[in-house]
Every structure is written in C-alpha cells, then in structure tokens.
Design a protein around this ligand. Structure first.
Ligand code: ADP
Length: 264
C-alpha cells in the first residue's frame, strides 16, 4: 500500500526530523544527507517533484560552536539557529550538488502563512523553484520567531507546506517507523499501527509518550500534521529515516511506516 501511494504521488513534501539529521554526538549526519540527496535525485529522474522541510539548525549550531551547548537562554538559542542554519544548508548544498541538483532556501514563520500576499509569494516561489528542477528546502525562521508567532515544530510546518503547494503526499522521516499504541522506547511490547483511517479513533486507542533527544514535537505534532493534510485530501506517511536508503526502501515496499489515509 505504501509503495502504491508513493508510486501514484508526483508532488511530495518530505520532512526530516532532528534526530534523523543528528548523530549521537550532536554532529550532522552527513552520510545520511548524501544518501538522501541521491535518493531524491533518483525520484526526480522518475518525474517526481520534491520539497524538503529540514530541521536541524540548532543541532548544527551546537556542533559548530559547542561552547554554547548548555545555554538555554532564548537569545542564545536563536543565535545558535542563525549559525546552524548556514551550516545545515551548506551540508545540504554539497549533498545535493553531488547528486546533480540545486537547492533553494525558504525560512518561514506562522505569520507568513496567515498573510494572503505572503502566502501567494511563497507558493509562487516554491512552484518556480520546483518547475526549474531546484529542490526547495524549508525551515522555520527560528531567529526571528518568538513563542507567540512560532509554528513551533516542523511537523506542522511541513503540513502547512504540503497544503500550500497542493502536494500529493507528505512523508515525515523520524527515528521511529510509525505510530505505536504506546511509546516503544518505554514499552517493548508496543504494537505498530500500519494504517490510520480515522484519527480520533487512533487518538483514543494510543498513549502518547515523551519525545527524545533533539526532537521537539514528538508523536503529538505528527498527529496534528496528519489532521491538517488528510483534511485537504493529502495522505501522510510516518517512517523511519535511519533505515538504509530510507526513501527508496519505502518506495519499493521494503520498509514499513504508518500511512494516514486522506479524507475525502
Ligand atoms: P523527530 O525529531 O523525528 O520529529 P521526535 O523525537 O519529536 O522525532 O518524535 C518521535 C518520538 O516520539 C519517537 O522516537 C518515540 O520515542 C516517541 N513516541 C512517544 N509516544 C509514541 C507512540 N505512541 N508511538 C510512536 N512513538 C512515540
């Protein structure tokens, strides 16, 4: 079913979580990025269009300037994102260039999605980049966002992006291969959910546990993202980014995930 959904989708938004982009020591997982860019290029050759939503600016900032690692102050965190965003994009640029693709960067805030003129401009920019074969890479503009105007997590940002671009599919790559009835990091007997038709039924049947590592949203924001896109007729897939060749494996039906079916 998952490979069929990917096969039938032309416009795909893919979100990569911090835990997938960061290694245990907090440095960027460059081999993942290189492999991921190659897989995107292979899909592009099949006629698919890809928009990336990439977390990881803070992680990249910490790994560049490790003397700030323990600073929790908001100004330092925003400053770290300013540093890390450059580092993050430099890695993506090199990874995609090696795969023969150009990238473009969009840094967005909640206010951008609430303003008709900005929304139109963002939409036009994304369409133009993609039409020209450039891969847009989107992140929240953390250095200008404060609590009240933040989207707050890239799960919701990627859902808003998928709706804005009228995508056919949203894929979230996390460090987990889908939703379970309870957090499998705490409960080894947790059961995997392969397909979700009704989100309210899912919500009443599972326990949402804590997030881990660099993750910000956890499963709760992934369900919010599913809620948003499926209401617009866009299916969503939650899958594990640490599986080798994660995107190709998913497209070939070699790895599993949770598929949230689009509501009509
Ligand atoms: P990312 O950085 O990829 O967005 P997060 O750490 O924010 O990832 O969220 C994924 C984590 O949510 C998983 O690694 C898992 O430990 C945790 N989690 C909590 N409850 C559940 C659940 N019911 N099913 C699956 N994962 C869960």
């Amino acid at each position: 079913m998952i490979s069929k959904v990917i096969g039938e989708s032309r416009k795909i938004v893919i979100k990569i979580g911090s835990n997938t982009l960061a290694q245990e020591d907090g440095t960027m997982n460059r081999s993942f990025m290189d492999s991921f860019a190659r897989q995107c290029a292979a899909l592009a050759r099949e006629g698919k269009q890809i928009v990336l939503v990439s977390s990881g600016a803070q992680v990249a900032g910490v790994s560049t300037l490790d003397r700030w690692a323990r600073k929790k102050d908001i100004h330092y965190r925003q400053a770290l994102c300013a540093i890390g965003q450059v580092e993050l994009m430099q890695n993506w640029r090199e990874a995609f260039a090696a795969a023969g693709l150009h990238i473009g960067q969009l840094l967005l805030t909640r206010e951008d999605f609430n303003d008709d003129q900005r929304t139109l401009n963002m939409r036009n920019t994304i369409f133009t980049l993609v039409d020209e074969g450039v891969v847009p890479i989107i992140n929240e503009n953390d250095s200008v966002s404060y609590e009240e105007i933040r989207i707050g997590d890239n799960d919701n940002l990627s859902a808003l992006t998928a709706i804005l671009w009228s995508a056919d599919l949203l894929i979230l790559f996390s460090d987990i291969d889908g939703v379970y009835d309870k957090n499998p990091k705490e409960y080894p007997d947790a059961r995997h959910v392969a397909e979700v038709g009704d989100l309210s039924v899912l919500r009443s049947g599972i326990v949402i546990g804590a997030t881990n590592g660099f993750g910000t949203g956890g499963i709760a924001t992934k369900l919010e993202a599913a809620e948003k896109v499926t209401a617009y007729g866009i299916p969503m897939l939650l899958a594990n980014g640490s599986v080798p060749e994660c995107l190709t494996a998913l497209a070939d039906g070699r790895s599993r995930g949770t598929l949230f079916l689009a509501r009509e």
